[in-house]
Ligand binder design. Structure first.
Ligand code: ADP
Length: 335
């Protein structure tokens, strides 16, 4: 039995290579029980490879991995029954109806009548396929098939659910509903690991692992990611008259000032709530006035772009440093 305090998923130095491609490069992270971990990254960053290792369909090249206290390659049937997996390309039985597909998966997981019938009905309603329940899977639209796949992953009420890009191809309204369902599941103690390319969906997760080029470049709650991307809280200020905003740089708690026009600038601060009154006071002291001030909340698109470019910048710096080191060693050898 898994200790309830033990993380439900734990990986350390997890690595997967395909010939000369490193698809996942020394990833270390844990997923506490009853939380949603979002794995967000551009196409090709390694999301599917990671999920496939977690579900036991792909062998890691290196590193430690534990899911529900076991290595996925050695899952017992009992453990498998506690897992739900919605892959990116699920295979529905095209000739079976929506109800039959769902009922088939429920039967595989050992659900008996009348519970099976009840769960199938609940799931069809949840994903809004009740009206289409007697249509064959091949007659359903792409979005409807995706919803049916989601219902198949949820029908046996898994303790831990892996979902690979669940909202791809869904309209925004349904996307919101799918996330509301994920959060409801989380609230009743389920654990979810969800990959997505839709960065706005970070908002719905408890923690987000940002994946770029096979590595986790940030792992934090969504609000924390915002702060990491910008270097702190950001206050947007407009003044009545032209002002040299560099004068605010030395105020306590202010980390940086970015001025774009003589009357408009952004102040990066450790904490917006304490820095804002100080900044406003200083502007008054200079003899100017604040016309508008508000906390600037960047979109997650901006946050991810900033985090990924910071990581790329750090990579470039390291490569340059290594290059310099190697040139120094060559020079030393030549001397
Ligand atoms: P994502 O899900 O984020 O799009 P993937 O995990 O599918 O990323 O892929 C990560 C990297 O591994 C990519 O460079 C991809 O080309 C490579 N890759 C994935 N699967 C294979 C495979 N079966 N053989 C060789 N390379 C692969």
């Amino acid at each position: 039995m898994l200790d309830p305090a033990h993380p439900i998923v734990a990986m350390e130095g997890l690595t997967r290579r395909y010939d000369d491609t490193v698809a996942i490069d020394h990833v270390t992270l844990e997923v506490p029980r009853g939380t949603i971990l979002g794995i967000i990254g551009p196409s090709g960053s390694g999301k599917t490879t990671l999920i496939r290792m977690l579900t036991g369909t792909l062998e890691p090249s290196e590193g430690k991995l534990s899911v529900l206290g076991q290595h996925p390659r050695r899952f017992t049937r009992h453990t498998r029954e506690k897992l739900g997996y919605m892959p990116q390309h699920f295979v529905l039985y095209e000739e079976l109806t929506a109800t039959e597909n769902l009922s088939f998966v429920a039967a595989l997981f050992g659900l008996l009548w009348p519970k099976r019938g009840r769960r199938v009905k609940e799931m069809l309603r949840l994903v809004e396929l009740w009206e289409a329940r007697d249509r064959r899977a091949r007659q359903l639209s792409g979005g409807m098939q995706r919803r049916l796949e989601l219902a198949c992953a949820l029908v046996h009420d898994p303790l831990l659910l892996f979902v690979d890009e669940p909202t791809a191809g869904l309209d925004p309204i349904l996307r919101t509903k799918v996330w509301a369902e994920f959060r409801r599941l989380r609230d009743v103690g389920r654990t979810l690991v969800v990959t997505t390319q839709v960065v706005g969906e970070a908002e719905y997760c408890d923690r987000v692992a940002v994946l770029s080029k096979a590595r986790v470049i940030a792992l934090a709650p969504p609000e924390e990611l915002r702060r990491m991307a910008l270097g702190g809280d950001v206050i947007e200020i407009t003044t009545a008259q032209a002002l040299d905003a560099t004068r605010l740089e030395n105020l306590p708690g202010v980390r940086a000032v970015h001025q774009d026009t003589p009357r408009h600038f952004l102040v990066v601060a450790a904490d917006a709530a304490t820095a804002t009154p100080r900044v406003v006071q200083e502007i008054h002291a200079i003899g100017d006035e604040v016309v508008a001030s508000s906390e600037y909340r960047p979109s997650f698109d901006e946050v991810f772009t900033a985090l990924i470019s910071q990581a790329d910048g750090a990579d470039a710096d390291q490569a340059e440093e290594e290059d310099r080191g190697s040139r120094r060693r060559h020079a030393a050898r030549a001397a």
